[in-house]
Design a protein around this ligand. Structure first.
Ligand SMILES: Cc1ncc(CN)c(N)n1
Length: 228
């Protein structure tokens, strides 16, 4: 079995759980509370920057020119397309540059981007590409699932359309092909590490939406210790 066939089978329940999340159900029926989407879009803009950094790091260590070009191109492409989407929604939902600049990445966002960046900086290209793949695959999966149910006047239409577009589909297909190619060339040890990296990132996709739905931020410890 190819890498993609293997990890989709291994993570089928988790992917189903992601599609069924309250955040994604509310996105599909257009009832996602404004406050939740504002929280999400700020965090997603932070995420995107970390994701693009991880792609650039993975590109710098990739084993051949094709992989270098693909990974570097994906980082630039993601920043170009998804930053426009963020700017559109920040404008629509009244999120200012000051809101963005004064809101740090949440634990869920920070954990996910730190994992991607450290994997890209210190692990094999196979592991890095496997860790980065859920970012493509999960969003296309969720985008298509929501697209089949969402009404035409859904306020999140532009978000949904981005992840069912032919361009995004082509980017997902290229990432799957590269993952399959590196998996086919890898040792058994690296193959196991690639599968683990994919599963961890997929779980962090779940945690990212869960964190946004619950408007989670950093804990604020009570200096008196009384509340504890
Ligand atoms: C957290 C997250 N994961 C994936 C994507 C799709 N590039 C995104 N925008 N945000």
């Amino acid at each position: 079995m190819s890498f993609v066939e293997t990890v989709l089978q291994e993570n089928a329940d988790l992917c189903a759980a992601i599609r069924a999340m309250p955040f994604n159900r509310a996105l599909a029926d257009g009832t996602l509370p404004t406050e939740v989407f504002q929280h999400y879009i700020i965090q997603d803009a932070h995420y995107l920057e970390g994701f693009a950094r991880a792609l650039a790091l993975a590109a710098s260590a990739a084993p051949d020119a094709d992989a270098v070009a693909q990974l570097a191109g994906s980082g630039a492409g993601a920043l170009h397309v998804e930053r426009d989407l963020h700017a559109h929604y920040m404008g629509l939902f009244g999120v200012t540059a000051a809101d963005f600049n004064t809101t740090p990445p949440t634990p869920a966002c920070d954990h996910y981007t730190s994992f991607l960046i450290s994997t890209a900086a210190t692990c094999t290209t196979g592991e890095a590409v496997a860790a980065l793949l859920p970012c493509f695959w999960v969003y296309r999966d969720v985008g298509h699932d929501i697209h089949t149910r969402a009404a035409g006047d859904n306020p999140y239409r532009a978000w949904i359309d981005t992840y069912v577009s032919d361009d995004f589909d082509a980017a997902v297909a290229r990432s799957c092909e590269l993952s399959d190619r590196l998996y086919a060339q890898a040792s058994d040890t690296v193959r196991g590490q690639m599968r683990a990296a994919f599963a961890k990132s997929t779980l962090m996709e779940w945690a990212f939406w869960d964190s946004a739905w619950h408007l989670r931020g950093w804990p604020t410890p009570d200096p008196t210790g009384i509340a504890a």
